[in-house]
Ligand binder design. Structure first.
Ligand SMILES: Nc1ncnc2c1ncn2[C@@H]1O[C@H](COP(=O)(O)OP(=O)(O)O)[C@@H](O)[C@H]1O
Ligand SMILES: [Mg+2]
Length: 267
């Protein structure tokens, strides 16, 4: 279980009056729960995920994962048990390395370095099986440099890499936003399959309100560094995109610029 209490983070840039990117976030995520996160640009969604992953120290607050206080733990230690997939397909994989090398790296996650350099026959078999279920034919291209893959293929690979060693927490930050709609839908289906098969505790940021309601167990909305809405169960099941838009319209400074997707905070 992930428990976050009173999390604060302020960025100070160029002497400008700092604005709280996280202004007191409280959040409990049950084991195996899949939470989707929405909010206008700059609401603090990525900052929340980055704080959980340990990208920077927070100003105040506490982060517990399975009752362990990880608030002060460095990012590389958390990376051993937190899987992440980002918006940019270039970020999750190493372009110059082959598919097999990328997956071997992912497989060693959390193990001490130098323990095992190459892949055993058994790991190679596991890797091939993980790739085969994608239906992209990547299992026959293990020696292909990842840089030659399409964005969608790389995101699929990034998902497999983030979950190859079962993560205690999976963080997805708009991981389909850079893909064309058809490919994005394929990655969403893959995400659903992996998360439900493995029962992974998952936080997924998305710009798509429809996706936010359709996937997972709970939807939270962030605004100015705080969680302003959390819906689950029957209440959520009855909600539509229009209802979410209505919630957005209630927030100060938010303009709904599009039927569902792009929401911006006016300065
Ligand atoms: N590394 C950073 N340095 C300075 N400001 C940042 C940094 N990361 C985020 N911010 C600021 O924090 C606020 C929240 O950003 P972010 O979490 O990226 O929003 P979202 O992901 O919801 O669009 C924004 O005002 C953004 O400019
Ligand atoms: Mg973001």
């Amino acid at each position: 279980m992930l428990e976050i209490a009173n999390l604060h983070k302020t960025f100070v840039v160029g002497g400008v009056a700092p604005r709280g990117a996280l202004a007191g976030v409280d959040l409990k995520v049950l084991p195996g729960e899949f939470v989707t996160i929405i909010g206008s640009n700059g609401a603090g969604k990525s900052t929340l995920l980055n704080a959980i992953a340990g990208v920077f120290p927070v100003d105040r607050g506490i982060i517990l994962l399975d009752n362990e206080d990880i608030t002060l733990q460095p990012e590389h230690k958390r990376a051993a048990y937190i899987g992440r997939v980002f918006q940019n397909p270039l970020q999750g994989t190493a372009a110059s390395m082959t598919i097999e090398e990328n997956l071997a790296m992912a497989m060693r996650r959390g193990q001490r370095r130098g323990l095992k350099r190459g892949l055993t026959a058994r790991s190679r078999k596991q890797i091939k099986e993980s790739l085969a279920v994608l239906g992209l034919g990547l299992e026959d291209r293990l020696q292909c440099p990842v840089g030659l893959l399409s964005g969608g293929q790389r995101q699929a690979l990034a998902l497999v890499m983030a979950t190859l060693v079962r993560p205690r927490l999976l963080l997805l930050d708009e991981h389909t936003a850079a893909l064309d709609p058809t490919t994005a839908e394929q990655i969403i289906l893959l995400t659903q399959r992996i998360v439900s098969q493995e029962g992974l505790t998952t936080l997924m940021v998305t710009h798509s309100l429809d996706q936010a309601l359709r996937l997972g167990d709970r939807t939270i909305m962030m605004h100015e560094g705080q969680i302003v809405l959390s819906v689950s169960g029957p209440e959520r099941a009855q909600m539509g995109v229009e209802d979410l838009l209505e919630e957005f319209r209630k927030l100060r400074g938010v303009q709904v610029t599009d039927d569902s997707l792009l929401l911006t905070t006016s300065a």
